[in-house]
Write a protein that binds this ligand. Structure first.
Ligand code: CA
Ligand code: CA
Length: 289
């Protein structure tokens, strides 16, 4: 099953019409545009030429038959395929160096031999999904904004081999995704990574009983909680509280003991600090649980 890249939404919204129905256990390919709706074709295409009504498109949404409000949607990222070139941009007012940028610039980066060619430097390829989520419980939310449903989390751990757990806030869950990056550093300080189109193969599964506190990510060796809120402090608090609650549920440790464990071997990290909400994550290696 496949959703083509002409099925785009710019809001995660329970009112969105689904474009495909799947069952728990199915594999689906989402073809995705880059965050500029594929409008940057050369280094002459600058931020000022972008249609800001068409940024951060997400492909979908996918309706999952078994998903009911209160369930957890497990999304295994089986594969991410990228186009052969990406773009990174800057402009005055964008990102955390905004006060020091006085002209616009676009750099096109070719992808070859598992590397990203950035101005003649070879950067490691780290294909990841910037925007992914289910419909939020209340009003629709712009795909540019990360919140408790997911959205524009720009988390480098949302990559091939990872499993992401989302809340189901409406019947069918309405999963959508887009905004792939060939490479992005934690923080995404300038507001863009190496933005690229491509396709993502996922397997979806509806969990009726679960210990997970969405949004969580599971990798081969780590558990990760995610928080997105107005400030880094508030986002951190969600990620930390959820991880402590998760450890208490999964082990016989008290809150005190779970907190001390996290303080000793857990890592609080930045996902991004440039979107309308900030996103932080708390990581712990599975072996300590
Ligand atoms: Ca993004
Ligand atoms: Ca992006």
């Amino acid at each position: 099953m496949r959703i083509t890249r002409d099925n785009l939404v710019f809001r995660m919204d329970k009112e969105n019409d689904y474009v495909l129905k799947a069952n728990s256990g199915d594999e689906i390919v989402f073809e995705t545009c880059d965050c500029f709706s594929d409008s940057i074709k050369s280094e002459k295409d600058l931020v000022s030429g972008i249609d800001f009504d068409k940024v951060n498109p997400a492909t979908g949404p996918l309706y999952i038959e078994e998903a009911e409000i209160g369930d957890c949607l497990k999304v295994e990222i089986i594969d991410i395929k990228l186009n052969n070139s990406g773009a990174i941009v800057t402009a005055p007012g964008l990102g955390r160096l905004a006060d020091r940028i006085d002209s616009e610039e676009t750099v096109i980066c070719e992808i070859k031999n598992n590397e990203v060619d950035y101005l003649g430097r070879n950067l490691p390829l780290n294909p990841m999904i910037g925007v992914i989520g289910t419909a939020p419980s209340g009003e629709g939310i712009s795909t540019g904004t990360p919140y408790h449903h997911g959205g524009n989390m720009d988390c480098t751990m949302v990559k091939k081999g990872s499993t992401v757990y989302f809340p189901v806030n409406t019947k069918g869950a309405l999963l959508a995704m887009g905004d792939l990056h060939a490479s992005m550093g934690d923080g995404e300080i300038m507001g863009s990574g190496i933005e690229i189109s491509g396709e993502v193969r996922v397997r979806v599964e509806v969990l009726k009983e679960y210990d997970i506190l969405p949004i969580m990510i599971e990798t081969e060796d780590k558990w990760i909680t995610i928080g997105s809120e107005k400030t880094m402090e508030e986002a951190s608090k969600i990620a930390i509280d959820n991880m402590v609650n998760f450890i208490v549920k999964k082990t016989k440790l008290s809150i005190n003991q779970a907190g001390m464990l996290l303080s000793a071997v857990g890592n609080l990290r930045v996902c991004q600090i440039v979107d309308p909400n900030m996103t932080m994550r708390m990581e712990i290696e599975k072996k300590y649980l």
